[in-house]
Design a protein around this ligand. Structure first.
Ligand SMILES: Cc1cc2nc3c(=O)[nH]c(=O)nc-3n(C[C@H](O)[C@H](O)[C@H](O)COP(=O)(O)OP(=O)(O)OC[C@H]3O[C@@H](n4cnc5c(N)ncnc54)[C@H](O)[C@@H]3O)c2cc1C
Length: 416
């Protein structure tokens, strides 16, 4: 008889673990507290714009190999779309200057040697000054490892690290930043192609996983919030969901793939990150100009990244705690002004939506990074997953999938 695994939480980490274990022949039961899978990576219909939008624009890079393998395993790798080459158009709203960073398609970062392809007004020496980041300890600050000023910082390092860490880069963990740089910039253009779920996060990364799981006989229960565990002999023996309870047999395993706060509530004494940062996304119902690239990096303004989707322009602003209390209309107007300048469009504020995810990611500082637990726990049949567990990466889809894969591998390793 197939072994049984209970997966608590149907975010990307829970789904990636579920898919891996269902493919390995396990009987999989997914329990999700809300009515929708995807967690912090999901789509929904928005009445204000009359469009299906994502809770946040999610950018993947072609070097995110676990995330891509996950998409491949659910048959949707082709749904992650982007340009053929790792090219990033940028605009500086303060000066009006535009440029394109062209990382090429090599496995080596050869672009830094080519003046025409690197950031304008930067020299090789600026890039060499980033070397200390590559193998920096997680306890070190980015601000202590590399220069956080100057043209290269302002035009490339700051936008990249702000997006990856979701904190002001100087206060971020140099170890986490180094992992991002090693797996992307240092791995050459072939690892840096920007990829976007153009048809929506749920259509590309969530729903196909649910369908695959159901096709393999897995159960997925929504509105099924785990409230408590019962323990016996150093393992979980029962899952209590409020209205019902599920017995966990001695050979069964449980993967807890919930955010840090519910995880700490369920497992008293568990060390988890305790501080979080917001990400603000704004969506405008507006047809992008025909020749507009799918992604533009924006510096010198409020907006940081501008995405062109069918019928919609969307922006991302990281480390957004300063914006969460601003009146929504005022924020929408300010962002729309930046969008017009960056996209080269004109017009009154079109139908819009602002999504402020207050606890979008844990704070990727050395202090908070030190609070991340591994996947194994003191309980023999309980494993942890989630972007906040100790993946070596900041809170990203790649880290989330990696954590799910690692928890699944530990469950697989328990097999006789
Ligand atoms: C606005 C925004 C923009 C982002 N942009 C990017 C990006 O550009 N690139 C990138 O790589 N990453 C990005 N991220 C990060 C990425 O979304 C996350 O790293 C990833 O989705 C986290 O997945 P997870 O499974 O670890 O956690 P979650 O998505 O939080 O999933 C946890 C699940 O557990 C459920 N749950 C909680 N408690 C219980 C319980 N007691 N019982 C049952 N279920 C429970 C929750 O409802 C949820 O579905 C962004 C995040 C946000 C919010």
């Amino acid at each position: 008889m197939a072994k049984t695994v209970h997966i608590i939480g149907a975010g990307i980490s829970g789904l990636s673990a579920a898919v891996r274990l269902a493919n390995a022949g396990f009987s999989v039961h997914v329990h999700e507290a809300t009515q929708q899978a995807g967690g912090r990576c999901r789509s929904y219909f928005d009445a204000a714009t009359n469009l299906t939008i994502d809770n946040g624009n999610h950018l993947l890079l072609s070097g995110n190999r676990h995330a891509l393998a996950y998409a491949r395993s659910i048959g949707t790798e082709a749904g992650l779309v982007g340009p053929q080459r790792a090219q990033f158009p940028f605009v500086d709203l303060a000066s009006g200057q535009r440029w394109q960073l062209d990382l090429g398609d090599s496995r080596l970062p050869l672009w830094v040697f080519d003046k025409a392809r690197r950031v304008p007004d930067t020299g090789l020496r600026d890039y060499l000054a980033l070397m200390p980041l590559i193998w920096a300890a997680p306890s070190r600050l980015v601000g202590d490892a590399i220069p956080c000023e100057g043209t290269l910082y302002r035009r490339l390092v700051q936008p990249l690290l702000l997006a990856a860490l979701n904190v002001d880069p100087p206060e971020g963990s140099a170890g986490l930043a180094g992992a991002v740089v090693r797996e992307t910039l240092l791995a050459g253009g072939q690892a840096c192609r920007p990829l976007i779920a153009r048809d929506g996060l749920s259509a590309v990364l969530v729903e196909p996983a649910i369908q695959l799981l159901r096709g393999k006989g897995a159960s997925i229960q929504f509105g099924h919030e785990l409230r408590e565990f019962a323990l016996s002999a150093g393992r979980i023996s029962e899952l209590k969901f409020g209205t019902d309870a599920v017995v966990v047999a001695p050979d069964d395993a449980v993967i807890l793939a919930v955010p840090p706060r519910p995880a700490a509530g369920l497992l008293p004494g568990l060390k988890t990150p305790t501080k979080f940062r917001a990400i603000v996304n704004a969506h405008f119902r507006f047809d992008p100009p025909k020749d507009m690239p799918p992604l533009i990096g924006v510096v010198g303004g409020l907006v940081e990244w501008l995405f062109a989707f069918p019928q919609r322009l969307s922006v991302t602003i990281s480390n957004g705690d300063r914006l969460v209390e601003l009146p929504r209309e005022e924020l929408a107007q300010a962002i729309w002004r930046d969008v017009c300048a960056a996209a080269g469009v004109k017009g009154d504020l079109p139908p819009w939506q602002i999504v402020r995810e207050r606890r979008a990611t844990f704070e990727a500082t050395p202090e908070q990074n030190a609070l991340r637990p591994g996947a194994a726990t003191a309980l023999k049949n309980l494993f942890l997953a989630g972007d906040w567990t100790d993946t070596g990466l900041p809170a990203t889809i790649e880290g989330s999938v990696r954590s799910g894969d690692r928890a699944a591998d530990l469950v697989l390793a328990r097999r006789p």
